[in-house]
Write a protein that binds this ligand. Structure first.
Ligand SMILES: [Zn+2]
Length: 589
C-alpha cells in the first residue's frame, strides 16, 4: 500500500466522520507525501489554519506534538485496511472477606472487526444448543451490538479531532515501556471542544512518534455514562507498524459506596485483537518459494511398497479430515500456527506416551486455540487446548492431567467426522464456524476419556504430584457458577471439573498435604504472549513473583496487563507498514 493511498483513505474517513466547512487538516494531510522529508516544518505549519500559522511561531514541543498528531491520523487511516478478530471478556466483581474481590458473573464476545467501517463488528455465531448451556446469557448483554463496539472503540484515541485545536498535550517525561523508549504526555481536551474527547496520558515511541499506549477515559465520563476507564496498548509487529492489541478496562470498585448507584455492577474487562495478517502471508510465501524451485526429477519407485491398504487409506483419510479442519481454523485466526507452546504440550504428551508404552501412529500433535474461554478438544490425533486454559493452569502436572484426558480420546479412537475429508465441507461463511464444526463429545465419550486419562496419569511421572491437578479442577468447579461464560467452550468441551483424578484416600497414602500458600489456578493472561500480526504464541518469561498474598492470587480473574514492548524486525509485515507517514527530523523536548 503506497503512502498516497493511505492518505486518501484517511481523508475519506475523516470527512465522513465530521463535516467541517473549512478543514485545513485535509490540505495538510494531502501534502504529507510530497513535502514531508524535505520540509518537516511545512507539515507543522499547514496543520493549522493559515491565518494562525502566519501569526504564530511553533515551539519545539509543538513540533513534536504535531508529529504525534500526524502519525495518529495516519494510524487511523492505516487501520482501515484490517479485519482482526476481537475478543472481549468481562468479569463483574463482588467483595470477598478472604481474598478481596472475586468474580461475580461474566460476559463474552468474539467477533471480527471491520475497521474499514469504523468500529463495526461481526459476531461469530454460536449454535442454539450452546447458547442454552450458557447461564447468564451472551445475548442479554450483547444484544444491541452497542457494547462490543464500545469496547472496540477504545483502540482509538479520538478519530475526530485529535490535534492542538481540540487538546492540550503536555510533555511530562521519558519512560521505557519494555525496550521501547517513550515520551509521556498528559492529554486534556480544551474547553468547548465537544463531548467524548479523550482525557488521560499517552506514551509515544521516540523514533516515529506512534502512540503505543494511552490510558484514561473519554470525556464527559460520569458514573451513569457508558464511558469507562481504559488502558489501550499497541504492539509493534514489524518496522514502523504498531497495531492495537489489548485494552484493559475497569469501572467501579466493590469498596466504593458510590458504585451502588451505578447502572452496572463493578467490572473488569479485557479486549484482545489478533489475526491482522492471518491467512495471507504464509501461503503467498510458500507459493513464491515453489515457483522459484526447479521441478523435481522423476524417480522410479516400482520396487518399493507404494500402495495403500484399506486400513492405511482410512488413516490417511482421517488425517486429511483433521488437517482440513486445522488449516481452516488457523486461516480464520482461531488456531495459532504451530509454534513453541505446542512443543511444550507435545513434550508432556511424549512423557505420557513413553511411560504408558504407547506407540500412536500417525503421531499425536498439539495446537493452541487463540481464545480466552477455557476449553479443550481433539480433532482426530490433534489435541487442542485454548490459550485461556493454558494461561490459568498452575503447573505441568495440571497440564498433564488435561492432556491425559484428551490423549484418552485418541487412545479410545474417538474420531472426527470423516465427512470433513471432503473439501466442499470447508466452504462456509467465516462467521458460521461454530455452527459448522461441532467437535463437542457426547457424555459417554467424556466419561470414558476421564477413566482412560486416570490410567495414563497413574503410569506417568506426574503421579507423584497430581494433587495440584485435582485442586485446580476443584477450584474451577467451585468458581464455575461465577464465570459461566469463561467455562463455556466456543468449539470443544468444557474442562471436566467433576473429574476426580484421585480420591482423598489416595493422597493421604502417597502425597503430602498441600501447603496453605498453594496457587490453585493463575489469573488470565499469565503464561502466553500473542503476536497480533501472525498469531504466533510464545511463553511469557517473567521473574518469579516471590511471596504472593492471598488477594494477589486472583485465580481465573482479569487483571491489568503491562506489556514489555519491543520493536520487531523479523515479521514479513514491514512492506505493508509503508502506509504510515515516516516523519523526518527529530526535535526532542
Ligand atoms: Zn473430552
Amino acid at each position: 500500500m503506497s503512502r498516497f493511498t493511505a492518505s486518501s483513505v484517511l481523508l475519506s474517513f475523516l470527512s465522513r466522520q465530521r463535516i467541517v466547512p473549512f478543514c485545513p487538516l485535509r490540505r495538510s494531510l494531502g501534502g504529507i507525501k510530497r513535502s514531508l522529508k524535505a520540509l518537516p516544518a511545512a507539515l507543522v505549519l499547514s496543520a493549522m489554519p493559515l491565518t494562525a500559522a502566519a501569526q504564530q511561531l511553533t515551539s519545539p514541543s509543538e513540533v513534536v506534538v504535531d508529529k504525534i498528531v500526524a502519525q495518529e491520523h495516519a494510524e487511523v487511516g492505516l487501520l482501515r485496511q484490517y479485519s482482526p478478530l476481537v475478543e472481549t471478556y468481562i468479569q463483574h466483581l463482588r467483595p470477598d472477606e478472604q481474598v478481596g474481590t472475586v468474580p461475580n458473573g461474566d460476559k463474552y464476545f468474539l467477533g471480527r472487526a471491520e475497521l474499514a467501517k469504523g468500529v463495526e463488528l461481526e459476531p461469530l455465531e454460536h449454535t442454539v444448543g450452546l447458547m442454552h448451556k450458557v447461564s447468564g446469557g451472551i445475548r442479554e448483554f450483547f444484544s444491541t451490538q452497542f457494547v462490543p463496539r464500545g469496547f472496540l472503540q477504545m483502540i482509538y484515541l479520538d478519530t475526530n479531532g485529535f490535534d492542538r485545536q481540540h487538546y492540550k498535550i503536555e510533555y511530562l517525561r521519558r519512560e521505557f515501556l519494555g525496550e521501547v523508549r517513550c515520551l509521556v504526555f498528559d492529554v486534556d481536551p480544551l474547553p468547548y471542544s465537544g463531548k467524548g474527547r479523550f482525557v488521560g496520558r499517552i506514551w509515544v515511541e521516540d523514533q516515529d512518534y506512534h502512540i503505543v499506549r494511552f490510558n484514561g477515559a473519554y470525556g464527559g465520563s460520569s458514573l451513569i455514562s457508558n464511558y469507562f476507564n481504559f488502558d489501550s496498548w499497541r504492539m509493534n509487529v514489524g518496522k514502523n507498524l504498531w497495531l492495537p492489541a489489548f485494552v484493559y478496562c475497569e469501572e467501579g470498585s466493590v469498596r466504593d459506596p458510590k458504585t451502588k448507584r451505578l447502572a452496572f455492577k463493578p467490572f473488569r474487562s479485557q479486549t484482545r485483537l489478533w489475526g491482522y495478517d492471518v491467512g495471507h502471508a504464509q501461503q503467498e510465501q510458500e507459493l513464491t518459494k515453489l515457483l522459484v524451485e526447479s521441478s523435481p526429477g522423476i524417480s522410479d519407485k516400482t520396487e518399493t511398497a507404494t500402495d495403500y491398504s484399506p486400513l492405511q487409506s482410512q488413516r490417511l483419510w482421517n488425517r486429511q479430515a483433521e488437517d482440513n479442519v486445522v488449516e481452516r481454523l488457523e486461516r480464520q485466526g482461531l488456531l495459532a500456527p504451530h509454534g513453541e507452546v505446542d512443543k511444550v504440550l507435545e513434550a508432556v504428551i511424549n512423557n505420557l506416551e513413553v511411560t504408558n508404552n504407547l506407540d500412536i501412529q500417525p503421531e499425536v500433535r498439539c495446537r493452541i486455540m487463540m481464545t480466552t474461554t477455557l476449553e479443550s478438544f481433539t480433532l482426530g490425533r490433534t489435541i487442542v487446548l485454548s490459550r485461556g486454559l493454558v494461561d490459568v493452569l498452575p503447573d505441568e502436572t495440571s497440564l498433564a492431567a488435561i492432556l491425559a484426558h484428551e490423549l484418552g480420546h485418541v487412545v479410545l479412537g474417538h474420531g472426527l467426522d470423516t465427512q470433513l475429508g471432503f473439501y466442499d465441507s470447508l466452504r462456509y461463511d467465516d462467521k458460521e464456524i461454530f455452527r459448522h464444526f461441532d467437535v463437542a463429545r457426547p457424555p459417554w465419550e467424556e466419561q470414558a476419556a476421564n477413566q482412560k486419562g486416570i490410567e495414563l496419569l497413574r503410569n506417568s511421572p506426574y503421579k507423584e504430584h497430581y494433587r495440584t491437578a485435582q485442586l485446580f479442577l476443584e477450584a474451577l468447579k467451585n468458581r464455575s457458577k461465577d464465570i459461566p461464560n469463561l467455562i463455556s467452550p466456543n468449539l470443544g468441551d468444557r474442562v471436566p471439573t467433576s473429574w476426580t483424578i484421585a480420591s482423598e484416600d489416595y493422597f493421604t497414602e502417597s502425597d503430602e498435604k498441600p501447603s496453605a500458600n498453594v496457587i490453585v489456578a493463575l489469573a488470565l493472561g499469565g503464561r502466553i504472549a500473542i503476536d497480533p500480526w501472525n498469531d504466533q504464541l510464545r511463553m511469557l518469561k517473567s521473574k518469579p513473583a516471590g511471596i504472593v498474598a492471598e488477594s494477589e492470587k486472583m485465580p481465573f480473574q482479569i487483571t491489568p496487563l503491562v506489556f514489555y514492548l519491543m520493536r520487531k524486525t523479523d515479521n514479513a509485515s514491514s512492506g505493508s507498514a509503508s502506509g504510515v507517514a515516516k516523519l523526518a527530523g527529530g526535535t526532542k523536548p
